[in-house]
Write a protein that binds this ligand. Sequence first.
Ligand code: NDP
Ligand code: GDR
Length: 360
Amino acid sequence: MKVALITGITGQDGAYLAELLLSKGYEVHGIKRRSSLLNTDRIDHLYQDPHVQGRRLFLHYGDMTDSSSLIRIIQQVQPDEIYNLAAQSHVAVSFEEPEYTANSDALGPLRMLEAIRILGLEKKTRFYQASTSELYGLVQEVPQKETTPFYPRSPYAVAKLYAYWITVNYREAYGIYACNGILFNHESPVRGETFVTRKITRAMARIKLGLQDCLYLGNLDARRDWGHARDYVEMQWLMLQQDTPEDFVIATGVQYSVRDFVDAAARELGIAIQWSGQGVDEVGTDAQGRVVVRVDPRYFRPTEVETLLGDATWAKEKLGWVPRTSFDELVAEMVREDLKSAERDELVKKHGFSAYDFHE
Ligand code: NDP
Ligand code: GDR
């Protein structure tokens, strides 16, 4: 039985990847950090009672900023494969917490790679680094592929640039099977609520049910190449199954704006949005003339990534990977799930309890 260790198992990708690896017969270990509230919602359906024999999912307390915990866990688990997904993953937040972001997102991967070396696991343990299309930032070539030069535009992207190169360096210097998956944006019903796609699907569902009046967004013109997380974690696994380690771009090759995403989510809910005004004064109005979308400059970033579009030709050729979920299917699935939870909130409200509102 192969043994995998996933950092960031409680996150969006960690949850999908854990499910995939368990379905492939792996023993799966995950690192979770201590928090004052339970943070295992996304993997609760995979939880196995520690008192039952033969379980294959194990969680360990650890933190990307704490070498000793990482070394201890890797020593104990002796993984065949490490998927390093843990990160402070919010670009806007990285401007508020640049030092912490560098610690977890740049030094974190270094700590993992050093642990492999310190424990003499260079020949045994394969390493996947969650790299990102944010590395391209101010784009130098359209579409972006493995050879496109990087130009990071946020503390997050700069930290991930270090992580990218340290992964390449440990591969070349110590012969570790280590690769970067340069993944473009990927979403799902369990995407964090403050990323733009989930913020939109959640808010539009609540607006539909009268639980919220208006959705406040930043740059409506930003363009992204959005795929489904379930499809993308399959590639993370495939990347560690090759004869030689390599870095791959993973993307759909199709691009939409934030405004397009709002339109698609609204359409799913039978809301027709009319756009008017420009810049910070742009608004989206529904058929009854109510303003349901406004621009709030507090969501603008000091330096923005305006446009990203990936070319995953090499992954398709070498890994035989293809994205299965279209943009419309992705939006529909996210809206469907957020409508269900809005319906639950509506029920709570009907019984005299207030469902909390949320503007992040
Ligand atoms: P999430 O934000 O959903 O998950 C991040 C995970 O990292 C969570 O489990 C979180 O724990 C954990 N984490 C954060 N900081 C620490 C820390 N200091 N120590 C230990 N664990 C920590 O991200 P995604 O699942 O969307 O992304 C996975 C990875 O892929 C990230 O590295 C991200 O930067 C990268 N990426 C994501 C893309 C995307 O579009 N989703 C695209 C390209 C790259 P907790 O649950 O407690 O917060
Ligand atoms: P991104 O994702 O920065 O691409 O990083 P996010 O969904 O946060 O932003 C996408 C684009 O939408 C614009 N935007 C808003 N964004 C947020 N969060 N909230 C808003 O209200 C809003 N309005 C407009 C942003 O300015 C941006 O241009 C994600 C993360 O998962 C990273 O970890 C990952 O590396 C990259 O995708 C690829």
